[in-house]
Design a binder for this molecule. Sequence first.
Ligand SMILES: *Cc1c(COP(=O)(O)O)cnc(C)c1O
Length: 245
Amino acid sequence: MIHPDRRAQLAGNLGRVRARIDEALAATGSASRPTLIVVTKFFPASDVGLLASLGVQDVGENRDQEAAAKAAEASDPRLRWHFIGQLQTNKARSVVAYAHSVHSVDRVSLVNALEKAVAKEQERRAETGEPARTPLECYVQVNLADNPTGSRGGAVPSEVPELATRIDDAGQLRLAGVMAVAPLGADPREAFARLAAISADVVARHPEARAISAGMSGDLEHAIVAGATHLRVGSDVLGARPPLG
Ligand SMILES: *Cc1c(COP(=O)(O)O)cnc(C)c1O
């Protein structure tokens, strides 16, 4: 059912999510506000436009085909598009044309593909006279599950140092930090505490790579306690998505 006043509905939902973030920050005594990335997958570009008019600058998408179409339609230059889903190497060229960041870097072959793709995109922009793009912000996605059934994707923790170094060495990429989704059936507090420890290891070697992308509608408070710098919130802002088939 389409809400008669979608903008008011989104404004109300956003207000409630922002209040939850404020409360969690107050409880932890943390002064730095995480960036709220509103995950717009399954919802139309018109919603992205409404969100932008409500002050949202960061939106997240997990499928290239959908994201590319929406980024073309809702082409507000203030918007930053965050790619947060499993990414095939043959989609890298498309993603770097619109994405500010990729939160789901989970293997060296993808780092190589993204590096080449950004270089090609820069060449294209130089030829057409468009301004160069900023380096692509990359997060190493970490699999925090103890067993395959809980996995939500990502590299296993032992693979993280190599991936971080490979991203840091790539000319067109900027290592932002780490990302994770709390494993299915696990306590998100434990999972995010592990992610914070992995982040500290990464920062010890790459001092600029301080970002921690963690926390969704159901567990954003736990992510804030663990020091999340970027929250990825979908359904609590946009409403329930159709179930995945
Ligand atoms: C869909 C998605 C989210 C948002 O989840 P909600 O529970 O709707 O807030 C966050 N992160 C990733 C990787 C996602 O795919």
